[in-house]
Design a protein around this ligand. Structure first.
Ligand SMILES: Cc1cc2nc3c(=O)[nH]c(=O)nc-3n(C[C@H](O)[C@H](O)[C@H](O)COP(=O)(O)OP(=O)(O)OC[C@H]3O[C@@H](n4cnc5c(N)ncnc54)[C@H](O)[C@@H]3O)c2cc1C
Length: 318
């Protein structure tokens, strides 16, 4: 069974990156609709208003929120500007929600692949709008090949804007050094294991060693009194973070992706832990869906059931 799950995960990660398959999904209405009914477990919908409806409901229950307009690797300047404008409107619309929101995005969605200055100026605009609305801006981390460029842009931003945070992938070896430097900046650090397949020279695979490294970096953030988000669904890690008291630190929170382990989010919230949920919307959900299924292959069964019976998704369990 373990081999079967491993192969399923490898297959999903491969098709996630295949442009011909993605094109087929996006341009065949029947396939799009079918797969989208599975994606809806993890993505609030195609439109900003879909995210906002869910965000209001979850904020009323007491959750903190992150909000992302899905997209990455945008190749032309006009599309980068459009993505930035959509994110600006998202930040404005989130102004009505009375819980701290982190507007989350990929720098490659707003220009990183074209020119770093463009990505930086778009990110400044986003940080300023988020600030006006009383919210934060959170930069996601992408494939290891982009880490240097992402951190360079982040460091310039974070030197001037206090409301900008950065996601760090614990699996990348370089993160051990990066975190020491980044802790000197005010921005929140979100610790994730890392979603992308990387070579052993660059990153650790899922392992006990990876979890140990996660806890070492978590300890560094907590000891520094730094704002930190523990973004993981791994019960072994969450239990250990809880045992050490890290989840109860004033500057710390547990962050889960919308649709993944809602019962755990509810339980932790009811126990008094600050829980943040990561909400997404948009049409570029194919890669996002593949990653979620690859991370926990039993969810493939759930995805098939969701395709057959979309009404299953009406009560997500928060
Ligand atoms: C808020 C947030 C933001 C993120 N941002 C980024 C980013 O910017 N860049 C990036 O590369 N990655 C990002 N990720 C993804 C992250 O890197 C991991 O790929 C993802 O969280 C899966 O790793 P994990 O730590 O949850 O545990 P995993 O190693 O995937 O799982 C460990 C164990 O947890 C349990 N488990 C996991 N899922 C389930 C489930 N659905 N039901 C029951 N048990 C389950 C299983 O026992 C599993 O063996 C983000 C994740 C979160 C939560």
């Amino acid at each position: 069974m373990q081999d079967l799950e491993h192969n399923t995960a490898a297959f999903l990660r491969t098709i996630a990156r295949n442009p011909a398959i993605k094109h087929e999904v996006m341009h065949s209405p029947a396939i799009y609709e079918l797969l989208f009914s599975a994606a809806k477990r993890f993505v609030t919908g195609e439109k900003r208003t879909d995210l906002l409806v869910r965000a209001h409901e979850l904020a009323d229950l007491g959750y903190r929120l992150s909000a992302e307009y899905i997209g990455e690797n945008t190749q032309d300047a006009e599309a980068c500007r459009e993505a930035k404008d959509e994110l600006l409107q998202l930040a404005q619309a989130c102004g009505t929600i009375k819980r701290p929101i982190g507007i989350s995005f990929d720098l490659s969605h707003v220009g990183l692949l074209l020119n770093r200055k463009l990505a930086l100026s778009h990110a400044f605009e986003l940080a300023d709008e988020a600030m006006r609305q009383g919210h934060g801006l959170m930069i996601s981390m992408e494939e290891a090949a982009k880490t240097g460029a992402i951190l360079e842009v982040y460091e310039q931003l974070a030197n001037e804007r206090r409301n900008v945070g950065i996601t760090l992938q614990v699996h990348q070896h370089r993160t051990i050094e990066d975190v020491t430097r980044l802790l000197r900046l005010p921005g929140k650090i979100r610790l994730v294991k890392g979603a992308f397949q990387e070579s052993p020279e660059v990153a650790l695979g899922r392992s006990k060693e990876l979890n140990e490294r996660y806890l070492i970096l978590a300890e560094q953030c907590v000891t520094a009194g730094h704002e930190v988000s523990f973004a993981t669904h791994d019960s072994l890690l969450i239990d250990e973070l809880e045992r050490r008291g890290y989840l109860r630190e004033r500057h710390a929170e547990l962050e889960l992706l919308y649709g993944v382990r809602p019962e755990l989010a509810k339980q932790k919230r009811e126990e008094g832990v600050a829980v943040r949920l990561y909400l997404t919307y948009g049409k570029e959900w194919f890669l996002y869906l593949c990653h979620r299924l690859a991370e926990y292959p039993p969810q493939v069964h759930q995805a098939v059931a969701d395709m057959l019976e979309p009404e299953r998704l009406q009560a997500p369990g928060y």
